[in-house]
Design a protein around this ligand. Sequence first.
Ligand code: F3S
Length: 347
Amino acid sequence: MNVTIAKNAGFCFGVKRATDRLEAALAARRQGERIYTLGELIHNRMYLDELKERGVESTSMSQVTALAESSGEQSPVTVFVRAHGIPKEDEAVLRQLSLTYPHFRYEDCTCPYVKKIHSIAASNGGEDRFFALLGSASHPEVVGIMSYFEGPKFTFDSAEQIERMAGDGKLDDFYNSMPVLAVQTTQKPEEWKKSQKIFKKLYTNPLIFDTICSVTESRQREAALLAAQCDCMIVIGGRDSSNTAKLYSICKENCPQTIWIERPDELAVHNLITSAHTRVGIAAGASTPSSAIQEVFNKMSEKELAQNTDIMEEDFASMLETSFKTLNTGDTVTGTVLSVDANEVKV
Ligand code: F3S
């Protein structure tokens, strides 16, 4: 049996950036300092349990004012905003609290890709325009993005839904407006392409912003290719993770025997993988730590399922190292500069 791990399995750039900042704050934590995450920092139970053990609690907007009021010199409070981002009204509340209470601060770990969509939504508003976003209406990233557009707006979750809306006359009110079209970072490229086609048919000049995260896109493409070559696929990631859900459905389309596990120990309940399988693939969502991927791999080995394991002629450690490559000072990259400020250049 060959076991292959998808090249870009595990933490994406945005999640790694958020967890690195939290880890740095934990390493520098002063006695008495309380650290919170606004919602679950990432969709991974193992990591969240570990954070809890280290004294990091999840909080919500309804609790932040009380937290700020309770902060003091001996018990400062730091709240981390996760990679999905938050609505602009919530950010305004956090900013105001940090100005009012000197021992309360927040760290905005919104992924730069998501920030970019915030600025697109914020700078393209207007009553003669409307904003349509392909995404899951209740997903925190989508809720955050929608808050930045001033003017008529709605979300839709598929090309089929937008076609239905047009057929039912639900877009009639918008025919004299210019559509500003964007997409949640983790949506499937195919659905996005179909949606754009429909908008181009319905409107002469739609303003289209391709905001699918390139990390997600390449992850999905690689997972599809790998799944098509495997007779069994294991997808690792949180049940609440939108990008893992997409990854799972893509793998399932290409390999009917695809299983979705959140934790490595769930592998035991799936007796589907047997030595009859000749090639097993492993893909993982953007919030899956490398330790979980390693553990799944180890478990398969322990069960002696992974005979003659061939991981693309590389050992696990070096493959993982490659897939998690991050930029270091002095590295050279080619890309489009999105913004520059005193602390960072977003490419
Ligand atoms: Fe950011 Fe893309 Fe990850 S939007 S959080 S790098 S999946």
